[in-house]
Design a protein around this ligand. Structure first.
Ligand code: NAD
Length: 395
């Protein structure tokens, strides 16, 4: 078992957690604590940029928090900022451009929910202006751009985080604990999948910089690496199955980014996992998967396996199937309030309360490197080695 507990650098898991905790504590003192010290008793002021589909999920979350105040809304389609302001009774200032937003009502953290291709540059502008950042995925267009953003954030004693928030669910914690306690025996393999028939409203999902990996596979990659540890290498095949689409904002478009992807990830201790994602998967549950009774993720050891029922973003329970638990049993069905759209609220509250959230920017960067590596692997027909790590285990 000790070998299973070794991190990539060869130091023990205990040492690694200790080192990560120290690094985390330093960051916490320099950025989280500084905000709280100078703003005792105040709410965190948030500006949200990108008032499209996902803002319908984000705004109720942010508005539900007693620690957060949404003071600013921005969209280049300005009527959307106005409409969301009214629909959710936000009472925020509204802007048609990030520069106007930054010059307007002051705020502490930006929440970036625009087209994926815009995230990197908007997050950079916000960091330069001294804002903490929560970004929808991906937090940048390339791993290099993402790393530069993190350096910028650190140099300005600001925090940067990227979706998704899958590590927050009780089911993730339950699975992680079961693996670490050896309930599944020696871990060898895992599989995760997520797909639907693709968004119909915006072209960016299918244009360069979009694709099913940063939109959908990103959840599975976060879950599998979060449970099994950082990936050391990636091999992948990706394809475009449907070359043309019709979407609301641009009509008929040519699909440029992959709408079908299979990835093999190599983790420490010879563990191999597989992610399958795409925009051509029939799934009767779509975006409302509370009643899904089938699993989308499975982890195998030599003494048991577990199946996550539902999806990592909509967790309906975990089936444990082990030497000890026979017949297989559905456990951990309580979501404990977890919702996939909670990330911005959770990290915003962490700034106010000076607590370190489970969601970690290095984890998001690692997943970004995996996505880029998968594209390179498809192009070159080769296994691609990764450099990034993140604090592991997550819980
Ligand atoms: N829609 C969902 O259910 C969902 C779920 C999870 C994550 N996401 C993620 O959320 C992000 C947004 O997705 P969406 O479905 O809301 O897209 P959308 O097209 O509905 O909304 C995006 C909005 O951003 C605005 N925008 C684009 N560039 C901008 C800029 N430079 N400045 C200001 N506004 C800008 C657009 O005008 C649009 O209103 C994506 O990263 C997506 O992967 C969406």
């Amino acid at each position: 078992m000790e070998n299973q507990n070794q991190s990539n650098s060869g130091i023990s898991r205990k040492q690694f957690i200790h080192n990560s905790a120290l690094a985390g504590a330093t960051l916490l003192l320099s950025s989280l604590e500084s905000w709280a010290l100078t703003n005792t008793g105040k709410k965190l002021k948030v500006g949200l940029i990108g008032c499209g589909s996902v803002s319908n999920r984000y705004l109720p979350q942010l508005l539900s928090s007693k620690f957060i105040e949404v003071v600013s809304l921005c969209d280049i389609k300005y009527e959307r900022a106005l409409a969301q302001n009214k629909l959710y009774n936000v009472n925020a200032a509204t802007y048609p451009h990030i520069e106007k937003m930054l010059a307007g009502v002051p705020f502490d953290m930006i929440v970036t929910t625009t087209d994926m291709q815009e995230h990197g540059q908007l997050n950079k502008i916000a960091l330069m202006a001294g804002k903490h950042v929560w970004s929808e995925k991906p937090l940048a267009n390339t791993y290099a751009e993402g790393k530069a953003l993190l350096e910028l954030a650190k140099s300005k004693k600001l925090r940067l985080w990227g979706a998704p928030a899958v590590v927050d669910s009780p089911q993730f914690a339950y699975m992680s604990k079961a693996i670490r306690e050896g309930k599944l025996g020696l871990i060898s393999s895992a599989h995760a999948q997520y797909g639907h028939t693709g968004p119909t409203w915006s072209a960016f999902f299918y244009e360069n910089g979009g694709g099913s990996m940063p939109d959908l596979g990103v959840y599975n990659m976060s879950t599998l690496t979060g449970l099994l540890g950082p990936a050391k290498s990636v091999m992948a095949m990706t394809s475009i199955v449907k070359p043309f689409r019709t979407v609301d904002d641009k009509g008929k478009i040519k699909v440029e980014a992959e709408d079908n992807a299979h990835l093999l990830l190599e983790h420490d201790n010879n563990v191999i996992s597989h992610v399958m994602c795409g925009f051509n998967f029939f799934d009767q549950h779509g975006h409302e998967a509370g009643n899904q009774t089938l699993h989308s993720i499975q982890i195998y050891g030599d003494k048991g396996n577990l199946r996550l029922i539902g999806y990592d973003w909509e967790t309906n329970g975990v089936v444990m199937d082990t030497l000890e638990i026979q017949p297989p049993r559905l456990e951990c069905t309580d979501k404990g309030g977890y919702e996939w759209q909670e990330g911005a609220r959770v990290v915003g509250e962490s700034i106010v309360n000076v607590t370190e959230p489970l969601i970690n920017v290095e984890h998001a960067l690692h997943v970004l490197e995996i996505i880029e590596a998968a594209r390179k692997s498809q192009l070159e027909g080769e296994r691609i080695w990764l450099e990034s790590k993140f604090p592991f285990p997550v819980v």
